[in-house]
Design a protein around this ligand. Structure first.
Ligand SMILES: *[C@@H]1O[C@H](CO)[C@@H](O)[C@H](O)[C@H]1NC(C)=O
Ligand SMILES: *[C@@H]1O[C@H](CO)[C@@H](O)[C@H](O)[C@H]1NC(C)=O
Ligand SMILES: *[C@@H]1O[C@H](CO)[C@@H](O)[C@H](O)[C@H]1NC(C)=O
Length: 455
């Protein structure tokens, strides 16, 4: 009897749990067909953000285990943080206000000098529930005219779990005293399927940044280093794209046209470089972006250097960035104004006298599909116009200086110098040689005293 009772109870138990299971299954199916996988979009979001926060937590745990200081550079999370004063970072309205961005990834950075290669990392990451993918690329710091080989270095690390990726970008210190990160190129199609690489904030292009000041902060209950001035970092991010000089082509160029190593040429390059450095510091201090233009741009593009027989340094500036303080600021650094042509509304051009070498600022005007800068012949009052296709600006390095160039450099150079820009031309007339020069009338004589000033 007792035995029978036990059997009956067991059977009953099995039956009831099967019924429960069946019920669960039915309930679940019913829900899926009616509401999608998750009961409601609110809860759906909750689950996703929980996963995002969890993966970030696991990643930060792993990094602290290896003593690797990482900092947050995720543009959406920093965007969230920039909306509130730092004392409110800790306590958002939800338990994950700032780090949960509803994106499939969260981005952090590390300075290369703190990144130690440790063979145990992939295994320990896996123990933390994170799958690790390392993306390597050429080390641009070793590549130059005298050495094209380079070696590969780690550029990006991708830690993934639960459909979420933590993207760790390695920032390298480069000789122009700036930070550089490489492009992210996934080799295998499997990786490309796993990683939402086209959506990632960093890696579509290489980028250049100033070293940010960091702040240790409690964000959504986690201790996280963040750029102290989040909006400054985000502004920098929006124009951080970096292009490398074309060393391989430059070397081919020098095989055809060996570099002039005479004392005069070397002297010019040294002086022009220091003038460029002073101009760059002064304009950056004024908050005025500039780019290498005309012959200086051609020198960078064609030969990764300054053209020794050009007589000056040429820089481009958007007219909307013009500030009258420029003149005073340059005079203060010991570079007097040599001439001023045109006016702010039309064809402005400034020239400052350096040590033997002068620096010319060409102001660019935007007009529909094109941009142009003007030229003025002092003795005749004739005006000229140089027309270029529109372009955006990229960082690059020239003689260990971080400077900008038009990203679409080939179009810019071709507009200015024609298809044969790769052949040196030593006798150059600014009024007739450029491919894109147009005559543009003349200044009325009554305006000469304003628009033609030679000092
Ligand atoms: C944070 O960013 C995400 C995505 O940009 C947004 O959906 C969310 O509302 C933001 N949170 C706060 C607190 O601003
Ligand atoms: C060129 O680069 C390779 C790889 O980094 C390095 O081993 C070699 O020493 C370099 N050669 C010169 C001449 O700098
Ligand atoms: C942050 O940087 C911007 C420049 O991008 C500056 O205008 C602002 O004053 C800075 N904010 C603080 C709090 O320093």
């Amino acid at each position: 009897m007792a035995r029978l009772n036990k059997t009956v109870i067991l059977a009953l138990l099995v039956a009831s749990s099967s019924v429960f299971l069946l019920f669960q299954l039915y309930y679940y199916r019913h829900y899926i067909s009616k509401h999608g996988i998750y009961p409601s979009s609110n809860e759906h979001w909750q689950l996703e953000t929980d996963a995002q926060l969890q993966v970030v937590k696991m990643f930060l745990g792993l990094m602290s285990r290896y003593n690797v200081p990482v900092f947050l550079i995720d543009t959406a999370a920093l965007g969230n943080l920039s909306q509130v004063p730092p004392k409110e970072y800790r306590s958002g309205q939800r338990h994950c206000s700032f780090l949960c961005t509803r994106r499939e990834f969260t981005t952090f950075a590390v300075f290369a000098k703190f990144w130690k290669h440790d063979t145990s990392l992939p295994r320990v990451a896996a123990e933390h529930g994170l799958e690790l993918l390392e993306v390597r690329g050429n080390d641009p710091r070793l590549v130059g005219l005298d050495n094209l080989s380079g070696t590969t270095i780690p550029l990006h690390l991708l830690f993934s779990s639960k459909g979420h990726v933590v993207h760790l970008v390695i920032f390298y210190e480069r000789s122009g005293n700036y930070l550089w990160h490489g492009p992210l190129r996934l080799k295998s199609s499997i990786d490309r399927k796993l990683i939402p690489f086209q959506k990632l904030d960093f890696g579509r292009h290489a980028g250049a940044f100033d070293r940010p000041e960091l702040l240790l902060s409690s964000v959504d209950g986690l201790d996280v280093w963040i750029p102290k001035n989040t909006s400054r970092f985000l502004t920098e991010y929006s124009h951080a794209r970096f292009v490398e000089c074309r060393y391989r082509d430059a070397r081919t160029f020098y095989q055809l046209y060996p570099e002039d190593t005479s004392p005069e040429a070397t002297d010019f390059r040294m002086k022009a470089r220091s003038l460029l450095s002073v101009a760059s510091q002064t304009l950056t201090g004024l908050g005025i972006p500039f780019w290498l233009s005309s012959g200086t741009c051609l020198g960078w593009f064609r030969q990764c250097s300054l053209i020794s027989y050009s007589k000056d340094v040429d820089l481009g500036i958007w007219i909307k960035d013009y500030k009258p303080d420029i003149i005073h600021a340059f005079e203060k650094t010991g570079l007097p104004l040599k001439h001023k042509f045109g006016k702010v509304e039309d064809s402005l051009e400034l020239s400052f006298q350096g040590f033997d070498v002068k620096v010319d600022f060409f102001f660019f005007y935007e007009e529909g599909d094109i941009v142009w800068n003007g030229g003025t012949q002092a003795k005749s009052g004739k005006k000229f116009k140089y027309v270029f296709p529109r372009f955006s600006l990229c960082w690059t390095e020239l003689m260990e200086l971080k400077v900008r160039v038009p990203c679409e450099t080939l179009d810019y150079v071709e507009a200015n110098y024609g298809q044969n820009w790769n052949i040196p031309v030593k006798s150059w007339d600014w009024k007739s040689s450029p491919s894109n020069v147009q005559e543009n009338g003349a200044w009325p004589v009554r305006e000469w005293s304003e628009v033609i000033r030679v000092y």
